[in-house]
Design a protein around this ligand. Structure first.
Ligand code: F6R
Length: 612
């Protein structure tokens, strides 16, 4: 939700800021803005409603803004509708303080009233303007330094923020403050950078600092100085980012989503290899020894969106392989529920970004209640990764498209590893079957590649669905779990209404929505449930549905029922979601393309949901 950048050095700031924002546009894209300090010390602000391209055009690629120190923002509106007026940066009435913000200031109404009583006027509906003016207020009240002013404001503000601030009286300096919202600070040869996420600065530096909660950073002369809430200087470790800069580029694909769909075999291989040693899994690096795994009594998986759908797959797989009770909870519900946790329960938080507000809050809640926690996270150094007791990093690399694909696949392989290892140490599967499961996992990347070869047929089918009104996905067991993900992919990027149902549930109400020509997509990879789901397909067909069957090679009898069939290679059926999801991702992609939509940046969404 919102992306922020900052730069101070010897080069022109605006083109660097725009370039950085282009890598963060996935975080929000309803308006954008820049503030650059020009040679006369004046801070010039330019904002535009709409995509970053509008701002870029308005500033001629940043060339109309001269100056070597600046901040920028791309917005996903929370307080105040998307408009030029509400776009960041925001500034104090006299231009003394200028700032950009990612997060939510919960007590902004109360602070606004306090500032109004002290003579401040407000021109926008944003909480950010309140934060900027509060810093200005303390700066003037205590005749102090920027660090003092920011510290005072941080104590008063409730909520979350990553703030980048410039002060008129401190040329060539950018100040940063953080609570909950993500932010990294980078340094390179006399230059300093600041961004919400690594891809924004990867082109310029690999040396970054992770700023902690309630800490302040001062960027000046190629050096970052950190302060705590008392204003005392604190030391931070410089970390080298190992990601390949190319990973954050489209590499010839029309969209990041298609590139990322094709990166799934690599994401699966890299994630699996991170815990594979001499043909066996070893979760010691994750911090979970076999003894600890043996001791677990229950598992509670907590996540949002697609990551929650990974949890839904994991529930079937872990219960079956490890004979452990598993429940899956939406993070936004878990955090406010007095769920009873067993003292030996492992709470698993799944998150690509590692910054999703509800998942982070759920993690903290679980820790507060004494549970042991494991994070399955993609972004290294993210809040969830830092706060969980154990971390299983998925190796998907930077994921830019808003709709997740490769991170979902990497999360799946991570939970399969957990399931197989639990099964082995708990003695609920034989050593031979364990070996077979590990071997099957190593074959998944090749099989995903095979599914990708079918994309031409899916594009043809998708083009015919561009005007669909409603689509239903049905499945049983793991196929139901993957249907949830297929449905989300389709609706979020094509804006076609779709729903996923456990196939047996359809006739308890939803079947009344099936009309002549309604598309029903049936996922059928679980042999024990094959006949059951075919009966459900027939029920839909006899009410006029058009049937798309997604099954494994060999299940050719499905052609007697379905109107269109796609096959995926056979694998151990516990892992079928890894293959079945790929045609569903491709279908969503091609339907969105056929409807002429922005595949990578669907409306109203943002990649990481750092607000509640
Ligand atoms: C959908 C999608 C979202 C995320 C959800 C959780 O394509 O990407 O549903 O899965 O917002 O995000 P993370 O995994 O970053 O916690």
């Amino acid at each position: 939700m919102c992306g922020i950048v900052g730069y101070t050095g010897q080069r022109q700031a605006a083109p660097i800021l725009l370039d950085g924002l282009s890598k963060l546009e996935y975080r929000g894209y309803d308006s954008a803005g820049l503030a650059v300090r020009n040679r006369d010390g004046e801070i010039e602000i330019v904002k535009a409603k709409g995509r970053l391209a509008v701002l870029s055009e308005k500033t001629d690629g940043g060339r109309t803004l001269q100056g070597c120190c600046g901040i920028g923002h791309t917005r996903w509106a929370t307080h105040g509708e998307p408009s030029e007026n509400n776009a960041h940066p925001h500034c104090s009435d006299d231009g003394n303080v200028v700032g950009v913000h990612n997060g939510i200031i919960e007590n902004y109404q109360e602070l606004r009233e306090k500032l109004q009583r002290n003579g401040y006027r407000f021109y926008s509906g944003t909480d950010t303007e309140v934060a900027v003016k509060l810093i200005d207020y303390y700066y003037k009240k205590y005749l102090g330094t920027p660090v003092d002013a920011i510290n005072h404001a941080m104590v008063r503000i409730r909520g979350s923020y990553a703030l980048a601030i410039m002060f008129k009286e401190y040329p060539g300096e950018v100040f940063a403050a953080r609570k909950e919202s993500p932010m990294i600070l980078g340094v390179a040869d006399g230059e300093c950078y600041l961004a919400s996420d690594v891809p924004a600065i990867l082109k310029y530096t690999r040396n970054v600092y992770y700023i902690g909660n309630m800490e302040i950073g001062r960027l000046k002369d190629g050096k970052v100085t950190f302060y705590n809430l008392d204003g005392d200087e604190i030391e931070k470790e410089l970390v080298e980012i190992l990601w390949d800069a190319e990973a954050a580029e489209k590499a010839g694909y029309e969209h990041f989503m298609m590139k990322e769909i094709h990166e799934q075999p690599r994401a699966i291989t890299d994630t699996l290899n991170s815990v594979l040693q001499d043909g066996a899994l070893n979760l010691d690096g994750v911090g979970l020894t076999d003894e600890e795994l043996k001791d677990i009594s229950h598992i509670c998986i907590v996540a949002c969106g697609s990551a929650y759908h990974v949890g839904a797959v994991a529930q079937y797989v872990i219960e079956d392989l490890a004979k452990l009770p598993v429940r899956v909870e939406l993070a936004s519900e878990f955090r406010y529920r007095s769920l009873l946790l067993d003292p030996k329960e492992l709470v698993v938080i799944i998150s690509q970004s590692g910054e999703t507000a509800d998942s982070l809050a759920a993690l903290r809640e679980a820790k507060k209640r004494g549970a042991s926690t494991l994070a399955v996270v993609n972004v290294v150094g993210s809040s969830i990764a830092r706060e969980a007791d154990h971390v299983f990093y998925t190796m998907a690399g930077p994921e830019i498209a808003v709709a997740t694909t490769k991170a979902y696949s990497a999360q799946l392989i991570a939970v399969y590893c957990l399931a197989a290892q639990l099964g082995k140490v708990r003695g609920t599967i034989t050593e031979e079957y364990y070996q077979e499961l590990v071997r099957e996992m190593t074959l998944l990347p090749e099989k995903v590649n095979k599914v990708l070869e079918e994309k031409g047929r899916l594009q043809w089918f998708a083009a015919k669905q561009a005007n669909a009104k409603d689509v239903f996905f049905i499945g049983r067991g793991v196929d139901y779990a993957v249907s949830l993900e297929g449905s989300l992919k389709l609706k979020e990027i094509s804006y076609i209404h779709s729903e996923a149902y456990a196939a047996g549930e359809l006739k308890h109400g939803t079947i009344s929505l099936i009309e002549d020509g309604t598309l029903v997509i049936s996922v059928v990879t679980q042999s024990a449930l094959f006949e059951k789901i075919v009966s459900n397909m027939v029920e839909c067909k006899s009410r006029g549905a058009q049937l798309f069957g997604l099954t494994s090679y060999g299940n050719y009898s499905i052609e007697d029922t379905a109107d269109f069939v796609t096959y995926v290679p056979k694998t151990d059926e516990h892992f079928a979601a890894s293959l079945a999801v790929v045609p569903l991702q491709l279908l969503a992609y091609y339907v969105s393309l056929a409807r002429g939509l922005d595949v990578d940046k669907p409306r109203n969404l943002a990649k990481s949901v750092t607000v509640e």
